[in-house]
Write a protein that binds this ligand. Structure first.
Ligand code: FES
Ligand code: FES
Length: 188
C-alpha cells in the first residue's frame, strides 16, 4: 500500500510561470523551488547559500513579493508569477538597480547580489524614497560576506533617487549641447 502511494504521488506534473515563460516538468513533490529554478529551469542566477532560510541568496519575487525560494516547495509556486534575477533586465538593458550596483561597486564576489537586487526591487516598490535606515531594514534578510554593506546601501539609495537616470540625462544633454555647438560652428 505504501509503495502504491509513493508511486502515485512522488512525481508531479508541474508548470511554473518564470520570467514570463512557462516551464514544465515532472518533479518530486519535495523538490524545493530554488532547485526547480536552478536544475529544471536552468536559471542559475538564483543561488543557494545556506538552505536554511538565513542568507537570502535564493531570493526571488513571487507575485511581486520577495521570498526565499529555499523555503517553499516548487509545487506550491504553481499558479504564481515568479521573477528571478534573469528576468529583471529589460531586453538587455540592465535594471536601474543593477546599474546602481555596478556604478557604486556594490559587489565583490557577487554571490549575494541577485538576492539583494531582488530584495531591493521589492523595497523600492513599497517605499520609493527609503531612508538609509529603511534600506538597511529592507535588506536585513540578505547576507553579504564581502562588502560591509556600505556600497550596497549607497547603490540602492542612488537607484531610489533616480540619480543614474539623471546622470545619463545630463550626459545626453551635455553631449547634444556639444554637437549642437559643433553644428553652429559648422554653419557659421
Ligand atoms: Fe535560501 Fe540561504 S539558500 S536563504
Ligand atoms: Fe560576496 Fe556579497 S559580494 S557575498
Amino acid at each position: 500500500m505504501e509503495s502504491l502511494w509513493r508511486s502515485s504521488v512522488s512525481k508531479w506534473p508541474l508548470t511554473l510561470r518564470i520570467n514570463g515563460n512557462d516551464v514544465s516538468a515532472e518533479v518530486e513533490v519535495r523538490l524545493l523551488l530554488v532547485d526547480f529554478l536552478r536544475t529544471v529551469a536552468q536559471l542559475t542566477g538564483t543561488h543557494v547559500g545556506c538552505d536554511t532560510s538565513a542568507c537570502g541568496a535564493c531570493t526571488v519575487l513571487l507575485d511581486g513579493y520577495s521570498i526565499k525560494s529555499c523555503t517553499m516547495f516548487a509545487v506550491q509556486a504553481e499558479g504564481h508569477e515568479i521573477i528571478t534575477i534573469e528576468g529583471v533586465a529589460d531586453h538587455g538593458a540592465l535594471h536601474p538597480l543593477q546599474e546602481a550596483f555596478r556604478e557604486h561597486h556594490a559587489l565583490q564576489c557577487g554571490f549575494c547580489t541577485p538576492g539583494l537586487i531582488i530584495s531591493a526591487i521589492q523595497l523600492l516598490a513599497r517605499t520609493s524614497s527609503p531612508t538609509r535606515d529603511e534600506i538597511r531594514k529592507g535588506i536585513a534578510g540578505n547576507i553579504c560576506r564581502c562588502t560591509g554593506y556600505q556600497n550596497i546601501v549607497d547603490a540602492i539609495e542612488a537607484a531610489s533617487r533616480g540619480e543614474l537616470a539623471r546622470e545619463a540625462e545630463a550626459k545626453h544633454t551635455s553631449s547634444s549641447g556639444v554637437s549642437q555647438q559643433g553644428e553652429e560652428l559648422h554653419e557659421s
